[in-house]
Design a protein around this ligand. Structure first.
Ligand SMILES: C[S@@+](CC[C@H](N)C(=O)[O-])C[C@H]1O[C@@H](n2cnc3c(N)ncnc32)[C@H](O)[C@@H]1O
Length: 1009
């Protein structure tokens, strides 16, 4: 079989992808994440870019075609000429540098025409990706079609080259792209983006909730695309105003219509449970700020409750004292509001006030004494430690007391004291059904369990249970109606459900029922006793239950009114679901299935990109029981097979939880075994012409400072991939939270790494440790230089360089040490990191003596002061002198102390042309000075003056970044990273600054237009 490297095995425009991923986090409208919650979703931008780059050939595969295009060739020849001229010049400079200490790096091998043709073409592909990842282009057919065309071109090339493959008709049909499969599909980002790129898409997951999410995203919209809505209103209008509906808009309209019907029905049953609050004259007397509402009946947004526990103080043992994490209702400046408890005899009542509390700190802390479950008894001040509260909870003695009412005012929230009637209304409710399912999992994630809350039903108030059950059961009614209306609307009466592969009226009603059940889930997620009131200035609303990937214990909570228009209530929830349907691609077909990745056979001859669980990061199955138990109530009859079990299957879930596997060691063994098996299914089945891509997300805690990346999860994961028969051909760090991480100066890790893998050759040789190390030393520096030339951000360099290192390691069937023992992945990683460090240090040889000294000094002292004597001694070893460096303009030496000058202290009128002792150190720090004070335009001007010597700035910036990362110097690291990140733009601007275009372009590794 003829295969070529794919783009993802050579280069990726990481900066553009990362930027788009970070932006996507704040986007909600139309984003599929609004359809249903799933934990740790991958950004669509990353998914789209990775699948595209995995499918298109790297230009080195078709350089002969490029050579045959006269225009491309001419352009490359012009660029080559300029590049060669500069390369010659760089060779001469490098020669001179050996003797004179001039800051010029090694020029590397001479550039060739093929190099330039491929580089130019790569830039063209990068531009496609840069457009593709933008959120605005998610449904831009022109942009998407350009990407699809590119995929088809690579595909036709593969088909032509493999026309005589023994399985050519199955594997290389030039009229049909291979299908896509993600065996750990979760929230569905990858299958969705594959579908958008024109691939028939298969999603599978062990978890039924994930399977349903994928059905809703990739399977249902194509099936009912182009169909008009069936609801009576739309049918009546169909003849009056004929309207063409794009994609699945008809389906979305029906979800809205039947959603509204459900609301009306539910309101009939439940309205009396959600009474308005009337502002009485007594209330106004106590609170003059309420005057404008006197006599008015206000809609309640939420009732705020405090959990209670019997006082441990014998004198008040009969009083349920409140456990309140804060008394603040609003912290909006100028609109503060708070609760004040008033003790009366041997009881208390809550009052609500506007304005700042007299003791803000005390109000903020509620009845809490310390972090965690440590409270004080309101009546006596007696401390109540977590053990006491847990014991009371386990004994079933946790209660609730109404603390405040939040109502809708005139474009404001109105905070009121509780009324006995409102409290009584809530207490009188008796739900008919409850989600009685035991909460499984570790208390680390399921924080409610130690307090006796071990059933999902205990996460809700009775009123919430009754209302949510009403909505859940109305899904059945709505489904019946949809089926009836769909028949009238002309859908076929094939009698087959959606689960049975139908596409007529019955299947359509099943589909609408699924979306409505998802709307119910959205409401459920905000209407629990875990959802707190968010009093922060920009919110003043109910917070989500899953603020993180846990179900935490909460003390005071907000019980929302499901019928008002605040977020998380019924109507907005239906709207979010409907919008995400209208936004979904509707071709080609998609299929979502429930299977265990360790035994699935869906991947056969398919392109695979996947995002497996990360060791012990997220307890998907335990958390998703929260939704499963409700979905089972709403739509069990629609998808009977998926709701076969009482709870989400746990045993086969590939996570390393000690509590599921009798301890850490067996949890790790289970994870390794299962992951290896799952990966083997992929290496055995996936389409042989494409690499597969696998995401791996790091926990920040996995950073191990000096030794680079080392963690149980990462090693175990890599070992599984390699044992499964894969060779690793690339590792790309994808980031979404860099700035935050840097600001916290905590970790410099990517949020995930994409591994690119190919099936290892059956006849892969065995190597000795020495052979492995020799190969690493020979290949890593070149790979490093290649990554740097591609302008990879310094922050990403170490992780991206693991790819080429792992490519060496996995090229061999085994690497054996002197005793014949196979080298572990952990050992290999350590060697790769060590070689990487050495290669970076070797680059130091390219710098002048002053800069080498400055590097050493900087490593020890940064920009802080140090002893003159030490500096002078060090300077000897680097063949320079303190005085010389003061004269060079990089150092200050005063009163026996020495310190490096910060960029902002360097002279603003610096001109490299007149600098008699030009150092690499000055180049990089002047560039930073100018970049920070005058932006990229000013830096470009300086680059123009520096000419060939500017490149050393980038190289030194990489080195300095690595050093700062190791020393946890976040602010400086940001500056060096920033310089490299801005490099392409600076160079582009330098072009425009009058320096001859071709020369400049070739000079800085850019290709001209
Ligand atoms: C990291 S998540 C995938 C997230 C997804 N890429 C997204 O963007 O939402 C990993 C998924 O693997 C699933 N999973 C765990 N064990 C599995 C198994 N044995 N077979 C199939 N899926 C499994 C989990 O249910 C979870 O949905």
């Amino acid at each position: 079989m003829t295969t070529h490297k794919k783009l993802i095995e050579v280069a990726l425009p990481l900066a553009a992808i990362n930027k788009a991923c970070a932006r996507e986090k704040s986007i909600r409208h139309g984003h599929p994440s609004t359809l249903h919650l799933w934990w740790a979703r991958r950004p669509l931008a990353a998914a789209r870019a990775v699948i595209f780059a995995q499918m298109v050939d790297d230009p080195s595969a078709y350089v002969d075609v490029l050579r045959g295009d006269p225009m491309l060739r001419r352009r490359a020849e012009t660029a080559l000429k300029a590049r060669l001229k500069l390369w010659d010049e760089a060779c001469i400079l490098a020669e001179e540098a050996k003797g004179s200490g001039l800051p010029v790096p090694e020029p590397g091998p001479a550039p060739t025409l093929d190099d330039l043709l491929a580089e130019q073409e790569r830039q063209r592909l990068f531009r496609i990706i840069e457009d593709l990842v933008l959120w605005e282009n998610t449904t831009n057919e022109t942009v998407l079609q350009a990407a699809r065309d590119e995929i088809w071109q690579s595909w036709r090339r593969a088909c032509a080259e493999n026309a005589d493959h023994p399985r050519a008709s199955e594997l290389f049909d030039r009229h049909k792209l291979p299908a896509f499969h993600d065996p750990f599909a979760g929230g569905g980002a990858l299958p969705l983006e594959a579908q958008r790129l024109g691939l028939e898409s298969y999603a599978s997951d062990l978890n039924p909730v994930a399977v349903l999410i994928n059905k809703a995203m990739i399977e249902i919209p194509p099936k009912f695309a182009g169909k008009p809505p069936v609801n009576p209103k739309a049918r009546a209008e169909r003849f009056l105003v004929p309207r063409e509906r794009m994609g699945a808009q008809g389906l979305a309209e029906d979800v809205r219509y039947y959603g509204q019907w459900m609301r009306e029905e539910a309101e009939k049953h439940l309205e009396h449970l959600y009474p308005n609050v009337t502002v009485t004259s007594e209330m106004v007397e106590e609170r003059p700020d309420l005057r404008k509402y006197a006599g008015k009946s206000l809609t309640v947004i939420a009732w705020l409750w405090a959990r209670t526990v019997l006082s441990p103080n014998p004198a008040f043992a009969h009083v349920d004292v409140p456990l309140v994490s804060t008394f603040m209702l609003s912290t909006k400046p100028g609109k503060e509001a708070y609760v004040e408890p008033v003790i009366e005899d041997d009881d208390y009542r809550f009052t609500a006030h506007v304005g700042k509390p007299a003791n803000m700190e005390a109000s903020k802390n509620g009845t809490k004494l310390a972090r965690g479950a440590h409270f004080g008894c309101l009546m006596s001040g007696t401390p109540m430690a977590s053990d006491y509260i847990k014991a009371e909870g386990k004994a079933g003695r946790l209660g609730v007391r109404l603390m405040a009412i939040v109502a809708e005012g005139e474009r404001e929230r109105v905070f009121l004291a509780p009324t006995p009637e409102h409290e009584a209304t809530a207490r009188e409710v008796r739900p008919g059904w409850k989600p009685d399912l035991t909460i499984s999992g570790s208390t680390q994630y399921l924080g409610v369990k130690p307090y006796g809350m071990d059933q999902f039903s205990q996460l809700f108030t009775d009123r919430q249970l009754l209302a949510l059950t009403t909505f859940s059961e109305l899904v059945h009614e709505a489904r019946k109606q949809v089926q009836h209306d769909a028949l009238l609307g002309g859908l076929s009466d094939d009698g087959r459900s959606f689960a049975d592969g139908g596409s007529g009226a019955a299947a359509y009603s099943d589909a609408v029922a699924l979306y409505l059940a998802f709307a119910v889930d959205r409401v459920i997620e905000r209407h629990t006793s875990i959802a707190i009131w968010d009093s922060s200035p920009t919110k003043l609303q109910l917070a989500n239950t899953f603020r993180r990937q846990v179900i935490p214990m909460t003390w005071d909570f907000a019980e929302g009114n499901m019928f008002c228009m605040s977020s998380g209530t019924w109507s907005p929830s239906v709207e979010w679901v409907a919008r995400s349907i209208a936004f979904a691609p509707t071709t080609p077909a998609g299929l979502s299935l429930q299977c265990d990745a360790a035994s699935q056979d869906v991947s056969k001859d398919r392109i695979v990109s996947t995002d497996p669980p990360y060791y012990d990061n997220v307890p998907y199955a335990d958390l998703s029981d929260f939704f499963y138990v409700w979905l089972r109530h709403s739509i069990r009859s629609v998808f009977p097979d998926l709701f076969d079990t009482l709870a989400v299957p746990k045993a086969e879930e590939l996570v390393a939880f000690a509590y599921r596997h009798d301890g850490k060691a067996s949890a790790q063994a289970f994870f390794l075994g299962g992951m290896t098996q799952s990966m083997r299914r992929l290496s055995e089945q996936a389409h042989p012409a494409f690499p597969i891509t696998i995401y791996y997300a790091f926990k920040q805690a996995e950073s191990k400072g000096d030794s680079g990346i080392a963690s149980t999860g990462w090693d175990t994961f890599l070992a599984a991939v390699i044992d499964a028969g894969f060779a690793i051909t690339g590792t790309w760090p994808l980031r979404t939270e860099l700035t935050v991480a840097l600001k916290k100066s905590s970790a410099f890790l990517a949020s995930s790494i994409v591994l690119v893998c190919r099936k290892r050759l059956a006849d892969a040789p065995t190597a000795t440790r020495r052979e492995f190390v020799t190969a690493l030393k020979a290949e890593l520096p070149r790979a490093l230089a290649h990554l740097q030339r591609g302008n990879i951000a310094p922050v990403d360099l170490a992780q991206a360089a693991i790819g080429p290192g792992m490519a060496v390691y996995t090229r061999y069937a085994k690497v054996l040490d002197a005793e014949g023992k196979a080298m572990t992945v952990r050992e290999a990683l350590a060697l790769i990191n060590q070689t990487l460090d050495e290669s970076l240090a070797e680059q130091e040889g390219d710098f002048d003596a002053d800069s080498r000294w400055a590097l050493l000094w900087f490593e020890q002292s940064g920009f802080a002061e140090g002893e003159y004597g030490v500096a002078e001694q060090l300077s000897k070893s680097k063949n320079t002198s303190v005085q010389g460096m003061v004269e060079a303009g990089i150092l200050e030496s005063k009163h026996g102390k020495v310190r490096l000058l910060r960029p902002e202290e360097l002279p603003a009128d610096w001109d490299p042309a007149t600098d008699a002792r030009l150092t690499a150190w000055e180049v990089v720090h002047h560039l930073i000075r100018v970049l920070e004070s005058g932006g990229e335009g000013a830096a470009a001007e300086l680059v123009g003056k520096l000419g060939a010597k500017a490149e050393v700035g980038r190289e030194l910036a990489y080195r300095l970044y690595t050093l700062c990362e190791r020393k946890k110097r976040a602010a400086e690291a940001l500056a060096y990273n920033g310089l490299v990140q801005s490099w392409p733009e600076i160079v582009r601007l330098a072009h425009e600054g009058g320096t001859p275009k071709t020369e400049q372009g070739a000079l800085f590794g850019e290709t001209e237009e």
